[in-house]
Ligand binder design. Structure first.
Ligand code: PSU
Ligand code: MN
Length: 312
């Protein structure tokens, strides 16, 4: 581990005792949800991970340190500061660290730091992808290249249709990223359980996922996996309503000067406002569901690596 990494006591102990750990990102806290729901959600997510036998490691950069496991105060700080905190992807990481700034980690950066700490399982809401119109803008999230290169399994609710889901899957295929559907034949579309796009393989248990992770990395294949976990039926959004909100948000984006790293936070916030906060509840519930499945996968994967049982 490098000198910038700081493990929380809880995470340090878990890793030392070869217990399962689940990484959690922080851009979802600062840029993905409004205060105070973001803080409440982040703390609940940690509790859900613990309830399912793993240790949570929320990752962020505080004063230039790569923090793996945050205190309640640090989570509250990120939640309150919101978009003032630097959304830190791979290219931003050296700057934020050298200047000792505060940064929220995207999926890409959370994967990087999790891998540095030796954590293989990561739960989030949705990943970045190929933006609509990327043929013109070249806007492809760094999350995808990270998935191509870094050995972490990402449990998410798929990809929001603010993105081009088909092109995102093509890109992942090109880069050899394994895409699984958790109890689903198709990739979920975040608010909706079904994007209409097939995954590479359906998996029906945490064991199956752990076996595939283990096979991939035992063979020395680089890169990560995407496990698409559909939002529970009772929290799924209405398709027409969400499609309308997304189209409206995309229209507003095209008419504005917003581009680059500000595009995704803008779209997330507009979709939330346009659906009158309903999408926020869906968002929260799908993250909870991902945290649970991620903890179960971490427990199973850990057995294959260390041949030991779960925490507690
Ligand atoms: N998609 C979501 N919610 C999020 C994000 C994406 O549904 O919070 C955040 C994640 O942190 C992700 C980042 O890694 O946005 C991707 O940003 P970009 O498209 O600029 O790479
Ligand atoms: Mn982008």
């Amino acid at each position: 581990m490098n000198k910038y990494i700081v493990l929380s006591k809880e995470v340090k102990l878990a890793l030392a005792n070869k217990q399962p750990v689940v990484a959690l990102e922080s851009t979802i806290i600062s840029h993905g949800m409004p205060y105070p729901k973001n803080v409440e959600t982040a703390l609940n997510v940690e509790e859900i991970v613990r309830m399912h036998g793993a240790t949570p490691a929320t990752i962020a950069i505080i004063g230039g340190k790569l923090k793996v496991g945050l205190t309640t105060e640090e989570i509250d700080f990120l939640g309150k500061k919101g978009q003032e905190v630097i959304k830190t992807s791979r290219r931003d990481l050296p700057i934020v660290v050298a200047k000792e700034l505060d940064g929220a980690t995207t999926v890409a950066t959370t994967m990087i730091i999790a891998a540095m700490a030796g954590i293989k399982v990561f739960a989030t809401g949705g990943i970045g992808g190929v933006h609509r119109g990327a043929q013109e803008t070249f806007d492809i999230s760094a999350d995808l290249l990270e998935l191509a290169n870094t050995e972490v399994a990402v449990i998410c609710a798929g990809i929001k249709s603010i993105l081009d889901i088909g092109l995102t899957l093509e890109y992942l295929e090109t880069h050899g990223v394994t895409v699984l559907g958790y109890k689903s034949d198709n990739l979920p579309a975040f608010y909706l359980r079904d994007s209409g796009f097939l995954v590479d393989e359906r998996v029906d248990s945490p064991k199956e996922v752990a076996n595939i992770m283990n096979a991939k990395w035992t063979m020395g294949l680089k890169g990560g996996l995407v496990i698409g976990n559909p939002v529970p039926e009772e929290y799924e959004e209405n398709k027409e309503k969400i499609t309308k909100a997304i189209n409206q948000a995309l229209l507003e984006l095209n008419e504005s000067d917003i581009k680059g790293k500000d595009s995704t936070p803008f779209l997330l916030a507009r979709v939330k406002d346009l659906t009158g906060g309903e999408s926020l509840e869906t968002n929260i519930q799908l993250v909870y569901n991902n945290a649970k499945v991620a903890a179960q996968i971490a427990v199973e994967y850990n057995k294959r690596i260390f041949n030991s049982s779960s925490r507690g």
